[in-house]
Design a binder for this molecule. Structure first.
Ligand code: NOJ
Length: 755
């Protein structure tokens, strides 16, 4: 039998619940031999510790459990030799010798860490996103991993939520493209190949819509909103062939996702045709107890019946399903179905063919942290940066003169990788001070810290739960500030690297105040007061509220957390070796009170005035504008682009027809550069209130200085559709408006009618 089939061919074979002949014979034969305990054992995913535990429980007696057939997979175990030890116990010492799935959180690179996902999405370059995921897969599989807990595709419209850093931002269209590219990158077209790994789409579903932006909080949302605004990226990942799905911590419609049959079976399997397996999040099965759904036995039975196949760490399945079977709360068929899905994934990975496929001890040296990989990481980082403002065209800087490089993140190795990089090593990261010296060796670069990331000891303690990221200096804030100001006065230009430490975003890192901490604000004010030209390099895992800084005479380059090549990549852009092209994938609010603020909001029956001026009895605020500080899709370049000549191929189309949009884009500035041409659609009249506009197409193009190009974007019939009140995916006759331009406020527009 040829095991090296494409995933799609195998999935066509598998068709979980369909007729028996379509099943994988090897898996069916194995199921015949298994006892009920062994089947339940396959549903158990453990971590022996060693990685970063994201809950309070770490598994015990893992070796003994593997031997007795009580473990289906492990995570937090890496390196061919360590993994081999575990795999050998499973293969040689358990009764049936079933190999283990080996999972890991490879979120933005394995050892060659690249920008946090929110940063990567800001590149709007799907080819690069796929390449990034491919590199991560090659490195992770070289270290024995065959299953990745990524991509995280949760739409996030609340930047207080720390995990906005782990996804692709607020937009379902862009989010779907990123999801698809990542699945393709991880899985390739042959899952049994030694350099590909199973993807796991997470967190199903709606995890990013946690109330008040507080992690793990409740989610309550209409189905119309879910299907029109939140579900697309999960579905796109599944359509791209993702082999597994992780259920989320939150509840949906009052039932925790981990035990939600409507989500895990009706939508995921029955409507979307998902054929892979579903794993819980870290103890999310057990967490259904405090959610209020019953004791461990009750919630385990509920989750199995709902469609959960694998239990991460909590051992609810392992310890209660047999009893539930005896008490007829679950059936043997329920257990067999879940077990089958886990075994099918192992089969698809090629593990039955060769359980040691991913365990070549020569590979780590050959495949991990290679020069090429680091070069790719550097390139990805440069593409993720977003130029927010360029006062007096200060940037790019010349590679000479005296540069004051100040700020608490300018020489901070521990904050370069970004959140959730458990497989990376920050000791390998290039600091910004090092990067500046590497790239601009002709300049005199001097450094002063200038401020702590935060002076707030209690806050720093919370942020530092997983390791010291905010280091409070022994010197007083005043002394540090004075040193930086003196240095600034003696320099030609000031670059201040400010913002968030890595663990100020990420899991369980929500903030109610998302501004730059006061210690650093003081530094920025003092630097600007020197009258020297100031560029801010702003680092964060989320959109920040920066109205004060944005009003100052400064340039601002947003760099997220760039990964292992941070310093080099930042220097590449600051000194003009690469012209920034990133665009925001989540709106930047003026203040926290505006949240949620996103480009595809509804206009209401009492829209605010066009000018933004307050008017009584309109949908506006007394104390702030409706408009955000920076809109979705926003980002400047060292050059300028001009849009003209927007044309549609027709002004009237029929159901089932698409439309072709052309626009001319010219590079009118002094640098070669890339631009993301964005297309937004407004459905003017329909049976449910439409969003103001929605992203429906984009293209990233390169234009030499003085060059212009005609760009074509085609809308398919599906691009005009939405989920109506009956949740049918339809397009309705009437007028549509198209907007094309450089961000979601694009003004160039045309109209057409759907008959
Ligand atoms: C909890 C996180 O929510 C999830 O994203 C991650 O994959 C698991 N922990 C495993 O580390």
């Amino acid at each position: 039998m040829n095991y090296r089939k494409s995933l799609f061919a195998i999935l066509a074979l598998v068709v979980g619940s369909a007729s028996a002949q379509q099943r994988i014979p090897e898996v069916e034969q194995l199921l015949q031999k298994m006892t009920i305990e062994e089947k339940i054992g396959q549903l158990n995913l453990l971590t022996p510790g060693g990685g970063v535990a994201t809950g309070e429980v770490v598994s015990e007696n893992v070796g003994t459990k593997i031997k007795s057939g009580q473990v289906g997979g492990l995570f937090g175990v890496t390196g061919p030799d360590r993994v081999r030890k575990a795999q050998e116990i499973a293969v040689k010492e358990s009764r049936l010798g079933i190999p283990l799935l080996i999972g890991s959180d490879v979120i933005h690179g394995y050892k060659t860490t690249y920008p946090i996902p929110l940063g990567l999405s800001s590149s709007w370059d799907m080819g690069l996103v796929e390449q990034a995921a491919q590199m991560a897969a090659r490195e992770a599989t070289a270290d024995g991993i065959n299953w990745n807990f990524s991509p995280m595709v949760d739409i996030a419209r609340d930047p207080r939520w720390g995990r906005i850093s782990e996804g692709a931002g607020e937009d379902p269209y862009l989010g779907s493209k990123v999801a698809e590219a990542m699945v393709k990158g991880y899985q390739g077209d042959d899952l049994a190949a030694a350099h590909t790994m199973l993807a796991c789409v997470k967190h199903f579903a709606l995890y990013g819509a946690a109330e008040a932006g507080r992690d793990y909080h409740s989610v309550d949302m209409s189905r119309i909103k879910m299907f029109n605004q939140y579900m697309q990226p999960y579905k796109a990942a599944i359509d791209a062939g993702a082999a597994s799905v992780m259920s989320s911590f939150n509840d949906v419609d009052g039932v925790p996702a981990t035990g939600n049959k409507w989500l895990l079976t009706d939508v995921l399997r029955d409507q979307w045709g998902f054929k892979g397996f579903v794993v819980s999040d870290y103890t999310s099965l057990n967490e259904m107890i405090p959610h209020g759904l019953g004791d461990l036995q009750a919630v385990s039975a509920l989750a199995l019946k709902a469609g959960l196949d694998m239990d991460m760490v909590g051992e609810g399945f392992l310890t209660t399903l047999k009893k539930s079977l005896e008490e007829e709360k679950v059936t043997e068929e329920d257990i067999t179905n879940a077990c089958r899905r886990v075994l099918e994934a192992k089969y698809v990975s090629g593990l039955f063919d060769d359980p040691y496929k991913y365990l070549d001890s020569k590979r780590p040296e050959k495949d991990i942290l290679t020069e090429n990989n680091r070069a790719l990481s550097r390139k990805l980082a440069t593409r993720s940066f977003v130029l927010l403002k360029n006062h007096n065209n200060l940037l790019p800087l010349k590679k000479n003169g005296k540069i004051a490089l100040v700020g608490p993140l300018a020489d901070s190795r521990e904050n370069m990788l970004g959140t959730w990089a458990p497989t990376g090593d920050f000791n390998l990261a290039v600091t910004i001070l090092e990067g500046f010296n590497n790239v601009a060796s002709g300049a005199t670069i001097e450094h002063a810290k200038g401020a702590n990331i935060s002076d707030d000891v209690a806050f720093a303690k919370n942020v530092n739960s997983l390791g010291e990221r905010i280091l409070i200096d022994e010197r007083s804030p005043e002394t540090m500030l004075q040193e930086a100001v003196d240095l600034a006065k003696n320099s030609d230009v000031v670059v201040a690297v400010v913002g968030e430490a890595t663990e100020m975003s990420g899991e369980s890192s929500s903030r109610t105040d998302i501004s730059i901490p006061e210690s650093q604000k003081k530094l920025i004010r003092a630097l600007v007061a020197t009258g020297k030209p100031v560029a801010l390099v702003l680092m964060s895992g989320r959109p920040l509220t920066i109205p004060e800084e944005f009003d100052m005479p400064v340039s601002i380059l947003q760099v997220w957390h760039p990964g292992v090549e941070a310093g080099n990549a930042i220097a590449d852009v600051v000194f003009g070796d690469y012209n920034p092209s990133g665009k925001l994938t989540a709106t930047w609010p003026v203040n926290v009170g505006q949240i949620p603020v996103y480009h595809s909001a509804k206009v209401t029956g009492r829209p605010a005035t066009e000018s933004g001026e307050f008017q009584k009895f309109r949908s506006n605020y007394l104390d702030a504008p409706n408009a955000p500080l920076l809109p979705f899709g926003y980002g400047l370049s060292y050059t300028t682009f001009d849009y003209s000549n927007l044309k549609l191929n027709t002004r009237e189309i029929s159901q089932g027809e698409g439309i072709t949009v052309k626009v001319t884009v010219a590079n009118t500035g002094d640098y070669d550069g890339e631009e993301v041409v964005q297309l937004y659609l407004r459905d003017v009249v329909r049976s449910i209130t439409p969003p103001k506009r929605q992203l429906k197409g984009f293209q990233k193009i390169m234009l030499k200085k003085g060059e212009s190009k005609e760009v074509t974007i085609t809308l398919s019939p599906d691009d005009l559709k939405f989920y109506n009140a009956q949740l049918e995916f339809v397009s309705e006759p009437g007028d549509f408006e198209i907007f094309v331009g450089t961000n979601s406020d694009a003004e160039l527009s045309e109209k057409f009618t759907l008959k």
